[in-house]
Design a protein around this ligand. Structure first.
Ligand code: G4P
Length: 561
């Protein structure tokens, strides 16, 4: 047993924050870093205008849009633990990257805006966290603003997500009457003094629930009475914290606070609530059967969960983000590549990641960490496993998520994609170049998992590619990269469909069903593996189809490769 390695694994905590845009993810991340000592001043993660652009927006597209597309990792030490916060892009136009980042996380923090409750993106991301059985912590933010009742918020989470809530920090008032939080376990109230923005919050006082001065310190008889009622209600209504249920994703600790005014964030952290789970053993397909890879195994293993191109506009580079799963990673490590049948690679240029600033890796990375590895086209794809040792392993595939946007990607040149299908007489040479670049570019981007591709049935590669994405941003990234890297300007013809289901029963069954009955507004395409995919124009038509033939066709929102 390698004790030093086991200690490092024990020390690792990694988490991804899931939230709807504007719930305060950037602000909360910043506060966690501030309290973790990784930054000395609030505003280092998110600063307005030029500074922000200079530090985090490294793609041209990001600069134009003033948003952050890339998932990066922020690392710092807290209380002897090495914490890695995997950033999930929270923009409205979010894409599969957000989902995939959850595949690399051991814990998730769900951020909820206290005035809005659960929002669409929170719901989608929660489903992924559940799929991965991630321990989930809930931070209800913006209590300094008028908020929904905390009971209403908890009911909403329990009813919609079927997860039991265990409030650890409970608010005393909200909006202008926000006075602080009750730390239920310790039965004390942390009274809040409105601090200066950007600075660490000052606690006005920490008072035991049984302290006679509490009512006077709260300074609001009604709020005090409510607090005393709440204590009783909560003890009667909610289950105590159960770490096993938390680890199985069946219970979520709930913390109320205000990230902007710093209240609650620090307390949550100190309470040791976030994050709980250390890197855990992962299932992998071995040479024969499935096997479990222990993080403390001396052989290195890791998988690619995200690829990014052109992170530095000066050098056309490609970075594969690898989550370390076992062993140690050091610069110059010789690894084997599972998809490339054990082909050996020397990772001489690996980088650690701290926000957008990537520094050359000179230390060692351990399970739970993320390293950035430059690669040449075709070398890395989402889900690839890298490993050392004699056993060839391959971690479980990261699922492709159900696309909601479909567009025909129109080649700049008319007619077909393949040069041999061009009309006579042969096209001028620049046409051929454009064809080649288009095909090469599309193929490369598909390989990297930038977007999914669907085909008209029976298309053997000559037709117009149909791109399927989770968010519009993915399509923009594809066209911007085709333009900057392959000098091809493509046009999109958007399709009206908004939902997709894979019919795992196969074409024969699909044909049989369609010959027996007419399904409303359904379009049939196939994926790159020839499997039938049904597209629907609305949730209603989809629900209808699921009710009628869902079981027979084995309709699934996505399919593993
Ligand atoms: P995001 O990354 O999830 O999109 O959210 P972000 O942190 O950027 O926060 C969105 C807005 O909500 C910001 O305001 C931020 O200041 C505000 N906010 C975050 N936490 C709190 C909180 O606890 N209380 C209150 N009252 N507001 C909060 P903005 O006007 O968009 O930007 P800024 O001018 O404040 O930077």
């Amino acid at each position: 047993m390698d004790v030093a390695l086991a200690d490092e694994v024990e020390r690792r905590r990694n988490l991804a924050i899931i939230s709807h845009p504007d719930a305060g993810k950037t602000t909360l991340t910043e506060k966690l870093l501030l309290y973790g000592g990784a930054i000395s001043q609030a505003g280092a993660v998110k600063a307005k205008g030029e500074q922000r652009r200079a530090t985090s927006d490294f793609m041209e597209l990001e600069q134009q849009r003033g948003i952050s597309i890339s998932s990066t990792v922020l690392s710092y030490e807290y209380d002897g633990k090495q914490v890695n916060v995997l950033d999930t892009p929270g923009h409205q136009d979010f894409s599969e990257d957000t989902y995939r980042t959850l595949a690399a996380a051991d814990n998730a923090v769900m951020l909820v805006d206290a005035a809005k409750g659960l929002e669409p993106q929170t719901r989608k991301l929660f489903e992924v966290a559940r799929l991965r059985r991630l321990p989930l912590f809930t931070f209800v933010n913006k209590l300094d603003r008028p908020s929904l009742s905390p009971y209403e918020l908890i009911d909403q989470i329990e009813a919609e997500f079927g997860i039991s809530c265990c409030p650890l920090l409970w608010p005393v008032g909200s909006g202008d009457r926000f006075r602080g939080v009750l730390e239920r376990g310790a039965r004390r109230v942390h009274l809040f003094a409105r601090g200066e923005r950007g600075k660490k919050a000052e606690e006005a006082a920490v008072v035991s629930l049984d302290d006679d001065r509490l009512e006077a310190l709260i300074g609001d008889g009604e709020l005090y009475a409510q607090l005393i009622d709440d204590v009783e209600m909560l003890d009667g209504l909610t289950d105590p914290l159960d770490l096993d249920r938390l680890k199985r994703g069946e219970q979520t600790p709930v913390l109320f606070g205000s990230a902007m005014t710093n209240f609650g964030a620090q307390r949550s952290w100190r309470g040791g609530a976030v994050p709980r789970r250390r890197p855990t053993p992962l299932l992998a397909a071995g040479a024969g059967d499935e096997e479990t890879v222990e993080p403390t195994s001396e052989d290195f293993s890791g998988f690619v969960f995200k690829l990014q191109a052109n992170t530095d506009p000066k050098h056309r580079d490609r970075i594969a983000y690898v989550r370390v799963c076992s062993g140690r990673f050091e610069k110059g490590l010789k690894v084997k590549h599972s998809r490339l049948r054990g082909q050996q690679l020397t990772l001489a240029q690996a980088q650690t990641l701290l926000g957008a600033e990537r520094s050359t890796l000179d230390g060692t990375s351990y399970p739970g960490d993320v390293v950035g590895i430059p690669f040449s086209p075709g070398q890395m794809a989402i889900g690839d496993t890298l490993y050392t040792g004699s056993r060839r392993i391959s971690f479980a595939k990261i699922p492709s998520f159900s696309p909601e946007i479909f567009a025909r990607c129109i080649n700049p040149t008319p007619s077909k994609r393949e040069p041999h299908l061009l009309p006579e007489p042969p096209p001028p040479p620049f046409f051929l170049e454009a064809y080649k670049s288009f095909n090469k570019g599309i193929e490369q981007l598909l390989n990297e998992g930038a977007v999914q591709q669907l085909l008209e049935r029976g298309d053997t590669g000559g037709g117009v590619p149909i791109l399927a994405a989770v968010g519009p941003l993915q399509l923009e990234v594809v066209s911007s990269r085709l333009s900057s890297e392959y000098s091809v300007e493509v046009q999109y013809e958007m399709m009206p469909q908004t939902q997709a289901r894979w019919a795992m029963a196969g074409w024969e069954e699909v044909d049989a069903v369609l010959s027996e009955r007419k399904l409303l507004n359904v379009k049939t395409l196939e994926d790159v593996y020839g499997r039938p995919v049904l597209l629907f124009t609305s949730g209603w038509t989809l629900d209808n189809a699921v009710a009628e033939v869902g079981e027979r066709l084995q309709l699934r929102p996505y399919a593993l490769a």
